[in-house]
Each structure stands twice: as C-alpha cells, then as structure tokens.
Design a protein around this ligand. Sequence first.
Ligand code: SAM
Length: 177
Amino acid sequence: EVVILRLGHRPGRDERMTTHVGLTARALGADRVCLPDNAGQSKATVADITDRFGGPFDVELTDSPQAMVRNWDGKVVHLTMYGERVQDVEGEIRDAHRDAGEPLLVVVGAEKVPFDVYEEADWNVGVTNQPHSEVAGLAVFLDRLFEGRELEREWDDADRQVIPMETGKRVESVGEE
Ligand code: SAM
C-alpha cells in the first residue's frame, strides 16, 4: 500500500495545490491520499474525479496528520528539498516496499514542515535539492518508486475514458449504458 499525506493546507491559497496532490497521487499509482480536515473542497474534487475516471483510489481527511506520521505501521518517506537524493535512496525504498511489503506513507508539505517530521521519517528525500513543488516532487518520486509501471495501470468503475490520439480530444463513456 502506498499512501500520500498532505501536511498543512491554507484554505483558499492552497486549494488547487492540495487538489493536485490528490489527483497526482491517484493518477500515478498511489492507493490513497490523506488531506488535512480543512481541505474538504479538495477531497470532494478528487472523489469526483475518481467517480468519473475510475479507481480504486481513496481520499480521506485526517484531523491529525502528524499523529498519522507518528503512528504509521510501515515506512515513512518525507519529500523535502533538504533530503537525500532520490536517485541514491530509491532502491532501498523500493526494496522495503516491494520485497518486504512495508506500507509506505509519503509525506508532502505545504508551508514549513515541523522538524519532528524530519526525525520521524525513515527517509527524507529530495527530488533535486532545489526548491520546487510538492506536486512535481510527488510525481517524480512515484514514477521512480514504480519504475514507470504506474503508466500502464488500468482503471475500474470508470464512467468515462480518454482515448489517446495524436490530435484532438476524445472521451468515451464506458461501462453500463
Ligand atoms: N519551505 C518549506 C519548508 O522548508 O518546509 C517547504 C515549501 S515547498 C513549496 C512545499 C513542499 O514541496 C515541501 O514540503 C516538499 O514536500 C515539496 N518539495 C519542494 N521542493 C522539493 C524537492 N526538491 N524535493 C522534494 N520535495 C520538494
């Protein structure tokens, strides 16, 4: 199991970023995203996309993201520009997850992340050591974790499906008519 935890959410200002953390987690192979409990609007958007474009994927709210980090029964990866280089640690993380079957909690921040999280994480991981975005960091990390296999994923219970094309846009209804 791979679960993404969004730590921190400033209503209004972070609405799109938090939503995009959820959508990116879903699209790139995570099983679930947990958002802070003031991010109900983002939760609704991610749930709506899952209803339409398929799953399985869960989105939930938590009133204590930090407790979730503390109590996680598995390994914790914290994405941060200050961390170890993803290319140096991705192998150990994959081994823990894939071979040892450890559930993985992947934490991304919004504003300043409390230092406790750095201490509690099994790995603090930088996707480059340059400042950028939680959405970009998450996307690259998941692609490295799954070694590209997430791109082949099939979706269950979708109402609609995009038909890839060279030019133009085609979306088809799927399932029961
Ligand atoms: N300045 C804040 C701090 O020092 O904790 C972080 C702000 S940053 C816009 C928001 C989040 O993006 C971070 O918490 C981290 O999860 C993610 N992020 C930004 N740059 C990253 C990088 N190079 N590698 C991995 N994650 C990154």
